[in-house]
Design a protein around this ligand. Structure first.
Ligand code: 5GP
Length: 206
């Protein structure tokens, strides 16, 4: 018997370069889950190997702004010169179907989601140490020195925001971090406050 009609909204966030994307991919490769990834919209240029509609919906700045004015986003953020946003209609559609919707977004947008949908599950991914994060940002190698420096500065400010989250997950090994996130999602799903109404109704009817 299903105790929750509506799925969970799971926000995976954390400092720039911590490995959120890699963890998210590992999470979706795990067997037997009903997670749905919310594909974001962005104005940044496509990186080699990225696919439109899978990694992001790549749009022009004009189109992004038009959609923003029309209220089409759950949240938006500017990140190192580009815009990113979560399309609202798809999130609601999937939650209504009872699926767990996963957002992988930076911290500014995560705060907006918390304000608009307070029953979301907020997960903050942290590196095992600051040095590990800096090395990862440099190793990525797809950006100029200027952009890397901007991302490091941003990450240093973002470390301070951990207290706004429900859970902190250390990314020591990708599969460990993904396992921890899956455990959090399963436990949150079973929380009494999320299912008590439906459970009591069932008890009263039988
Ligand atoms: P990247 O350009 O490396 O793909 O992503 C840069 C940052 O933007 C990452 O921290 C990523 O998690 C975040 N991001 C991706 N999509 C969204 C979104 O829809 N909203 C927000 N606020 N951040 C996003």
């Amino acid at each position: 018997m299903k105790l929750n009609d509506r799925g969970l909204l799971v926000v995976i966030s954390g400092p720039s370069g911590v490995g959120k994307g890699t963890i998210r991919r590992a999470l979706f490769n795990m067997p037997k889950h009903n997670l749905v990834y919310s594909v974001s919209m962005t104005t940044r240029a496509k990186r080699p190997g990225e696919v439109d509609g899978v990694d992001y919906f790549f749009v022009s700045k004009e189109e992004f702004m038009k959609r923003k004015e029309e209220g089409q986003f759950l949240e938006t953020a500017e990140f190192v010169g580009n815009y990113y946003g979560t399309p609202l209609d798809k999130v609601n559609e999937q939650l209504d179907l009872g699926n767990e919707v996963v957002l992988e977004i930076e911290v500014e947008g995560a705060q907006q989601v918390k304000e608009k949908m307070p029953d979301c599950v907020m997960i903050f991914v942290v590196p095992p140490g600051k040095q590990a994060l800096y090395e990862r940002l440099r190793r990525r190698g797809t950006e100029s020195e200027e952009i890397i420096r901007a991302r490091i500065e941003k990450a240093n400010r973002e470390f301070q925001l951990a207290h706004l989250y429900d859970y902190i997950v250390v990314n020591d090994e990708v599969h460990n971090a993904a396992d921890r996130i899956m455990a959090i999602i399963r436990a949150e799903h079973a929380k009494t406050e999320r299912s008590i109404h439906k459970y009591m109704k069932m008890i009263e009817e039988n």
